[in-house]
Write a protein that binds this ligand. Sequence first.
Ligand SMILES: Nc1nc2c([nH]c(=O)n2[C@@H]2O[C@H](COP(=O)(O)OP(=O)(O)OP(=O)(O)O)[C@@H](O)[C@H]2O)c(=O)[nH]1
Length: 376
Amino acid sequence: MLSYQVQPTSTIVNVAVAVIHYQQQYLLGFRNKTQHQGNRYEFVGGKIEADETARAALIREVSEETGINIKDNVAVKLGRLHHDYGDKHVCLQVYQVALTDAQFAKHQYESHGLEGQPLVWADKNKLLAGDYPLPAANQTILAWLQLPTHLVITYPLAHFSDQSNATAAWLAYQQQHLPQDAWVYIRIKASTVNEQSQEIMLIKQLMDLRPDINGVLPNHHISQMLTTDNQDVHQAYIQNHPHIKAGHLTHTELMQWFSDLKKQPKPNQKDTKCLSIDQPLIISCHDIDSIYAANQLAAIRLKNQQPPVIGMLLSPVLATQSHPDDVPLGWEAWSALAQLADMPVISLGGLSPIMSQQASHYGATSIAGIREFLKD
Ligand SMILES: Nc1nc2c([nH]c(=O)n2[C@@H]2O[C@H](COP(=O)(O)OP(=O)(O)OP(=O)(O)O)[C@@H](O)[C@H]2O)c(=O)[nH]1
């Protein structure tokens, strides 16, 4: 089977990693200088024994290292990643665990763990800013943690087709209804050639009108921007715009990429240029085949040291008005698929923000939607 997971000659060390947090504070240990990747901070965790599941190892390691019992906590899978340190090849299985008020109250003042290692609670902003040196493999975990709990998706242009000027109506609507500081997948889905030529301009206009929002831009626009005559201007725009957070790859685009990959299994940097390589990616998946393809793409980007895949939009969970013909997966089937993803999974389809807790119970790190996520 075609697989881009790195196949080293040495043994892979499987590690369960617990990203333990209480609200915006994250628990870090400090690795002794004699340890592998010593003199650095780490998330709590350790090797998965041969006869153990990753979750069982997670509970055991957290208990052994900190005394915190997370048996009854929800552990949301953030992802799985390979990293070859040269002297050691690790496969990290990473879970996010939110502590309860009582757990935090009990453990917050412990300055050392049960193995004598120093412990600190790091503010999320400082952690993401790189104030705590971590092993190199953890850079991807930090990128995953950038993903917000809510992702807003814009209405397509067609939603405003009864207006005399649909593009102006689209723009005015987004300007007014997008929540402050939201991460927004700017999806326009123009149908006419005239509208298509305006899409990039519309995206830029929206980003200018609402400088607070964080944009997830369709990948085909990013690659289009980078292959036009104004390539330098666009490249500078994308690279220097602090609020462009990721490119988005549709299910169809992903499967096209995967089919091309199967024809040419060793793509070079130029061949992957159609995928935004300056930005992290968020990928839409609907089934097991696309999840497999997304995992392959994530592994290739990691191996090529390109910005990682930071999320998978897996849909539809429930029936939606926007896709009335799609058969919903339902939470149980959705959850089983989500477990197969090697990156954080965002639930989508007929959801509202009040379902966040339910979504995380089923394995979602985030929740996305259109109408229910806009402000009145
Ligand atoms: N616990 C933990 N390990 C990590 C992180 N990131 C990362 O690359 N690792 C690597 O994953 C492996 C963890 O295994 P471990 O904790 O059981 O191993 P160790 O080297 O500390 O001890 P040991 O080999 O003496 O048992 C180490 O090679 C470590 O460098 C992290 O955030 N937390």
